[in-house]
Design a protein around this ligand. Structure first.
Ligand code: OMP
Length: 227
């Protein structure tokens, strides 16, 4: 008999490694930090891999128990993520979520045709924001503003990876992580398929990746929270 596919955190980290999405080395982040690892969700770039990614998002969302009515994918990278998640949700029969509407924004307003900044289903009810990674947490505010401007209610943020980092300049880091800050500031739960702790678990248990463990631990000591 076929075993049902597994959507646990370790399986996700291994999937990201396999697809070349999670890499170890030296990378400059958006907030100007040199990170010993990077998660490039844009490299889920085939039908099969983005389909499987959508299943991980869908399972994480359902397992969280968060009530929601629809999904929002912020342009550009959130667009395929929200689409893939909505498609996967429609296939998770036992979840009883039915067919979940989704929407996304344009970066530039169109002045012809249908016009406007939003594409997809009308934003209404409880809206889950689907994004890739949170490091310093800068991009959530824009999505929250777009959703509220339509009279809808942001319900939570669904991401692939929580890097568990504190925001702010070196020497003046926030006490909590960027994800904790989003949760407090907007009152929004953040659901992550996996986080830095899951990556460190893999580094500590699989000898193949042992050489990267120390660099990631050092980086976490500098910018991270423990859990
Ligand atoms: P914040 O907006 O600072 O939370 O950073 C998240 C964004 O940084 C992501 O949406 C990506 O554009 C990028 N990023 C990654 O995609 N993967 C990483 O591992 C790290 C970053 C980053 O630059 O911090």
């Amino acid at each position: 008999p076929n075993n049902p596919p597994s959507y646990d955190r370790e399986t996700f980290v291994r999937f990201a490694l396999q697809e070349g999405v999670l890499k170890f080395g030296r990378f400059l982040t958006k907030s100007g930090r040199y990170s010993p690892y990077f998660f490039n969700a844009g490299l889920f770039n085939t039908g099969a891999s983005v389909g499987r990614l959508g299943q991980f998002y869908a399972h994480a969302l359902i397992e969280s128990g968060l009530p929601f009515d629809m999904l929002f994918g912020p342009a550009y990278k959130g667009i395929p993520l929200a689409t893939a998640t909505a498609m996967a949700l429609a296939q998770v029969a036992q979840a009883n979520v039915g067919s979940v509407p989704f929407a996304f924004n344009r970066k530039e307003a169109k002045d012809h045709g249908e016009g406007g900044l939003l594409v997809g289903a009308p934003l209404q009810g409880r809206v889950v924001i689907v994004d890739d990674v949170i490091t310093a947490g800068t991009s959530v505010r824009e999505s929250v503003d777009i959703i509220r401007a339509q009279g809808a209610e942001p319900a939570g943020v669904l991401i692939a990876l929580d890097r568990m980092e504190r925001a702010g300049p070196d020497g003046d880091l926030t006490p909590g992580s960027a994800v904790q800050d989003v949760e407090q500031r907007y009152g929004l739960p953040v659901i992550a398929i996996a986080d830095l702790t899951d990556i460190l678990t893999l580094l500590a248990t699989d000898p193949t990746f042992a050489e990267h463990e120390q660099a990631v631990l050092t980086y976490r000591d500098r910018y991270g929270i423990k859990d």
